[in-house]
Every structure is written in C-alpha cells, then in structure tokens.
Design a protein. Structure first.
Length: 284
C-alpha cells in the first residue's frame, strides 16, 4: 500500500509528500530488520528498491535502500556460461584517471553492454538477475553522486555519471520510446554537462552522451540541442556513416540491438541541417 502511495505522489510531482511516505517505508523496513529480511520475498524487495530508485531519479534525493549484489550477479552469469570480461573493457578505456569508484562502475556497465553485444539473441540474464543488475548499478550510481548534490569538479566524471545513469534508464525505464515520468532533473543535468563542454579533445565522449540524450528525448519537439552536437562531433571525427559512428560509441556503454535503431534515427535527423540539406559539418 505505501509503495503505491509513493508512486502515486511522484507521478503527481508531489515530491515532499512522496518523501514522507518514503520515510514511513524506511521505518517499516528497519522494524523488520532491514532489506536483508526481504530476501525470501524478492517481489517485495525489488518493489521497495525500484520505487525508491525512481523517486531518487525524479527528485534528486539521496538513496536510503542501497543494494549491491554484484558478486551474486557474477555467479549467476557464470552458472549460465557467461562472464563479465572486465579486463577487455579496462584495456579500451579512454579515461583512466577518473575517480576509482566511478571507474569500477564504468568497467562493470561497459562489460554488461559488451556481454549483450557479443551474445545477441541469447538469454543472458533471467528475470531475477536482470532486476538485481539494474538495482545494483543504479544504487552504485546514486551512492557515487545523487542529482541534487553539488556538481562534481570534473566535468568528465559528471559526463560519465549522467551518461551511465541515462544508459540504465533507457534500459529499464523507457519502453517503446515512452515513459510514465519525464525525469526533468536527469534531462537538465545532462544538458548542463554538455552545455559546459567536455574539452576540445573529447569528441567521442561528447558524441556518445549526445546520442544517448537524443534517444532519451526522442519525442522532444526541439531536438536541436542534441542534434547540433551530434552533427559537430561526427564532423570533427570525420564519420560519414552510421556504422562508423556506432563503432566509435561502442567503447562506451552501448547495446547495439537496444540503442542502434533509435541511434541511427537521431543520427540521420541530426545529419541534416535545419534548412533541410545535408550538413557539410559531417564531412569536415
């Protein structure tokens, strides 16, 4: 009942009321002995975690119910003959001087994406493991930096953090280009990071972030904010086709069958200038 009340209030954008209900949920969980007491009832456990994660993304509040099941996820994958190959990812990282906990997150998220890309059509996760993976990664992202916290000094770290957050939201909170909530704080954070700029030599990171943003905001009546950056970055990198573009962004969290079709759509839209002609910036 209380979970339904929280959901209802943040859909109505009544953040303070939802927060009060969330505090009530926290007291109930603590009286039961904490989240671990719900391990035998995963349906309720996941509802608690997902409800709070959604609230945190919508409101920017810090997380209460932190859950990290990464060791269990590794074991579940190994039992099904799969492995998160972190070493392959580490060898291809563009930035190796970011915060260690953020780098650990980046490696895990990239490894998950690589696993999907290399095993297309196979069932990698069962429903339980998939939910555990989503909850774990979101929990780690929110612990590293919640959206109402003061901005991090490194804009590169801010870019990776909001990019991975968006990557996970597209996987779990956006279906058929639709979602129940708009998550305006996520979108505004993304726009602020891109508007401040990532540096003259960060074309690939900017391109990946802009593509994810354009996919997330695919129904935005004015997509020029993301399209301009996609067009500029592909021009600087000399990318003439979607295949060349997608090959560049695969070194970041990117799942071909999930992001590819929408990515190609926004890339195609961005490649045409507002006047309706092919933009010469693509060939600069």
């Amino acid at each position: 009942m209380i979970i339904s009340l929280i959901t209802q209030e943040y859909i109505r954008q009544q953040t303070q009321t939802a927060k009060l209900h969330l505090e009530g949920l926290k007291r109930i969980v603590n009286l039961r002995g904490g989240l671990k007491q719900f391990e035998n009832n995963p349906g309720v456990l996941y509802k608690i975690c997902k409800t709070e994660i959604t609230f945190c993304l919508e409101s920017g509040q810090p997380q209460i119910f932190y859950r990290n099941s990464m060791p269990q996820i590794h074991k579940a994958l190994e039992a099904n003959g799969f492995e998160l190959d972190r070493q392959k990812v580490i060898s291809t990282l563009l930035h190796k001087n970011i915060d260690p906990s953020l780098e650990e997150l980046l490696v895990d998220v990239c490894a998950v994406a690589r696993l999907f890309n290399e095993n297309k059509g196979q069932q990698i996760f069962d429903l339980v493991s998939f939910q555990e993976m989503n909850i774990t990664i979101f929990s780690r992202l929110l612990r590293f930096h919640h959206l109402n916290a003061p901005k991090r000094e490194s804009n590169i770290e801010a870019a990776y953090h909001i990019g991975m957050t968006l990557f996970m939201m597209i996987i779990s909170l956006q279906h058929d280009n639709r979602r129940i909530l708009d998550f305006p704080l996520v979108t505004s954070t993304l726009r602020n990071v891109l508007a401040e700029g990532l540096g003259d030599d960060e074309e690939e990171l900017t391109l990946w972030l802009s593509l994810l943003g354009a996919i997330w905001c695919i129904d935005d009546p004015d997509p020029s904010f993301f399209h301009t950056r996609i067009r500029t970055m592909t021009g600087r990198l000399g990318l003439r086709t979607w295949e060349e573009t997608e090959n560049r962004v695969r070194r970041f969290p990117w799942i071909n069958f999930l992001h590819g079709e929408m990515g190609q759509q926004v890339w195609g839209d961005a490649s045409w200038s507002p006047g309706g002609s092919w933009s010469p910036a693509v060939f600069e």
